[in-house]
Structure formats: structure tokens, C-alpha cells
Design a protein around this ligand. Sequence first.
Ligand SMILES: Nc1ncnc2c1ncn2[C@@H]1O[C@H](COP(=O)(O)OP(=O)(O)OP(=O)(O)O)[C@@H](O)[C@H]1O
Length: 240
Amino acid sequence: MNQITIHNLRKQFGNQVVLADVNMTVPSGKIVGLIGPSGAGKSTLIKTTLGMEKATAGEALVLQTTMPNRKILGRIGYMAQSDALYESLTARENLVFFGKMRGLNHQTLATQIQQAATTVALTADLDKPVSDFSGGMKRRLSLAIALLGNPELLILDEPTVGIDPALRHQIWAELERRRDQGTGILVTTHVMDEAELVDEVNLLMQGRIIATDSPQNLKQQYQVDSIEAVFLAAEHTLED
Ligand SMILES: Nc1ncnc2c1ncn2[C@@H]1O[C@H](COP(=O)(O)OP(=O)(O)OP(=O)(O)O)[C@@H](O)[C@H]1O
């Protein structure tokens, strides 16, 4: 079953066509990577899919429901590119606030806050105000918030920016665990070795998804040995 289905999605800002005609799916039980050069429209694609930006044409279905739909937003874990946190509250207070918005009861929330904090290595910092956090700590807290309630769909925009390799490894292990339990995961990344870890890569360039396949098949198709090289080869092909 597809957790996200995008049909012929187009998005213009004035005369600037950011998404020309995008078709993409995110099945349940798969980690789908969205990669593309800076400014390619990755964040715009996510925001338009969620209904935070109005599509110029086309449609997006999230959990089999045409977007925008406010109720659906409560059922997904979304981590935006810029952190939307309450700076004057502690990390724990932020987690409680967003967890309650997702309808979690007191007991479930307490357990899940511990679990999410462990995943992102913030247990010792839970009672510090977010205003004292580094950029990387804020990213980790935003990810912990997205994980609350075990949502059936995770949409993560650059989740591991500013996070060191050991912790990145731990976070990917958690994403894989959730994938194996059936969660659909859409993740954008600039980190090319992370793109090797996804089940399916979508290459977004010049407003279109120009390739969709497993990292292994893409490498074979472009006859290169890394996703970074696929990316460069695809860019080169488009320039020709
Ligand atoms: N609200 C907006 N109004 C006007 N233009 C916008 C708006 N949001 C995005 N854009 C433009 O759309 C293009 C795509 O931006 P977007 O942030 O989606 O790219 P991205 O692929 O996520 O980039 P990055 O990897 O650098 O985060 C850019 O040229 C940007 O200036």
C-alpha cells in the first residue's frame, strides 16, 4: 500500500517553475530517499504534498487521502528542515506538548519520550531549555518529536544535518527498525552515503523525478560505484 502517491504535481512561485511535473510514491515498509541539488525543490515537494504550499496543478494523496487534510497531518511524523520548537520550554516540555497534540495519553507519552530521547541521545538533556541547545541538538529533538506516537508515515527533511556519524548510524538503525514494522519513510538528504542506505532513491532535477530505483540498480544503470557518482552523471546528462 502506498503511504504517499503524487500525481503530476506542479508548483510555481510566480513565474518560477520549481516542480514541473512530479510523480512519486512512498510505499509502506520502505525507506524512500529524495535527493537533488540544493534548490531543486525537495522541501517544496514535501510542503506541497502536505498542503502547506498550494499546488499549482496535480495532486498528492497521503495515507490514501487527498491533501490538504488537517486530520491526516496528525497521523504522520513530519520533521521540517527548520526546527519548529518552543525555545523557552525544555526538551521534555516540547515532547509533552507535541505528544499530547498527537493524542497520546500520559503513560504512553512517558514511555515514548524515554524511547525517542534514547534514539537521539538526548536523555541527559531532556530538562534543559531548548534555547541552550546547539543546532544539532535541536535537529535531534525535532526528530524525537516526529517519532512520537509511532506514526505509520515519517517525512523527514534533512534529518541528520549537524549530527555526528555514530549517532547518525543509531538513527538509521531506528528508521530501519520502523521500516521493517511497516512504516513508510520519506527522507531528503544531502549526505550521499546516506542515500546508499535507502530502499529506493528518487532523483529530483529540473522539476522532475528523473530516476527512481534502488541504489544498487541506479549504480548499475549509470555504471558507477556510488550514489554520488550517479548524481553527478545524471546532472551531466541533463546539461548535455
Ligand atoms: N515560499 C517561496 N516563495 C518563493 N520561492 C520559493 C519559496 N519556497 C521555495 N522557493 C524557491 O523554490 C526553489 C526550491 O527551494 P527548496 O527549498 O524546495 O529546495 P531544496 O531542494 O529543498 O533545497 P535545499 O537542498 O538547499 O534545502 C528555490 O529556488 C527557492 O528559492
